[in-house]
Design a protein around this ligand. Structure first.
Ligand SMILES: [Zn+2]
Length: 213
């Protein structure tokens, strides 16, 4: 499987309007979780975050929010950030722009946030333009460091090391609260959180705005 652990600068230069890394005076990291909510894995993640005084951001799949509304609510109650990850986890490179934007808007009915992360990171300038036409406040959030927790060929140890070696102040880091990522997530997450906590770096949620009342 080919992917970059740290996003190359030229990718960031292609989409300067997107969030890749946050510049701040105090060292902080922005841990994010894609593809939930999940009835067992998300509660595990929430417990770990609580235990390490960390906040994070959850890019949820709309149909899973409908399926597990209590878990979505719990994320909100614990003051983590929320973001839209489409309704059906659609791939922006393999679907019409109309269907794509409809899927983002359907998710927005259930996920009250102006943050958006495209599944697989697949988005084009045209899709971005179409989303902004319908939802002008949408802010696309990509990432600086990919944990690779979705990569079944990666050992749990290697997944943790990737994050520990590549994260720097301001990094937006991607994990997944999903079945596929579970073996690596369960090992890596507690270690990553303990590492940043010991280092005195804050673990913060990405600020977001509600898009409807
Ligand atoms: Zn995803």
């Amino acid at each position: 499987m080919l992917y970059w652990t740290r996003t190359p600068f030229w990718m960031k230069a292609l989409f300067p309007a997107f969030s890749w890394r946050i510049q701040e005076a105090e060292p902080a990291v922005y841990i994010t979780f894609d593809d939930g909510p999940h009835p067992e894995i998300t509660p595990f993640v929430l417990e770990q975050l609580r235990h390490h005084q960390a906040h994070a951001t959850f890019f949820c799949i709309g149909h899973r929010v409908v399926q597990f509304p209590d878990i979505y609510q719990q994320i909100f109650i614990e003051q983590h950030g929320l973001g839209n990850h489409t309704y059906d986890h659609v791939d922006g490179w393999h679907i019409s722009s109309r269907k794509y934007v409809d899927n983002v808007m359907l998710a927005a009915v259930h996920i009250n946030s102006n943050l958006f992360r495209p599944p697989y990171g697949h988005i084009t300038p045209w899709l971005y333009h179409k989303i902004k036409q319908q939802l002008p406040d949408m802010q696309v959030v990509m990432w600086d460091v990919l944990s690779g927790d979705f990569d079944t060929s990666l050992s749990p140890q290697a997944c943790a090391e990737k994050v520990l070696f590549k994260a720097r102040p301001g990094s937006i880091i991607v994990f997944h609260d999903s079945e596929k990522a579970r073996p690596r997530l369960e090992y890596a997450l507690p270690r990553v959180l303990a590492y940043f906590q010991k280092k005195g770096w804050q673990m913060k949620a990405l600020p977001y705005q509600k898009i409807h009342a």
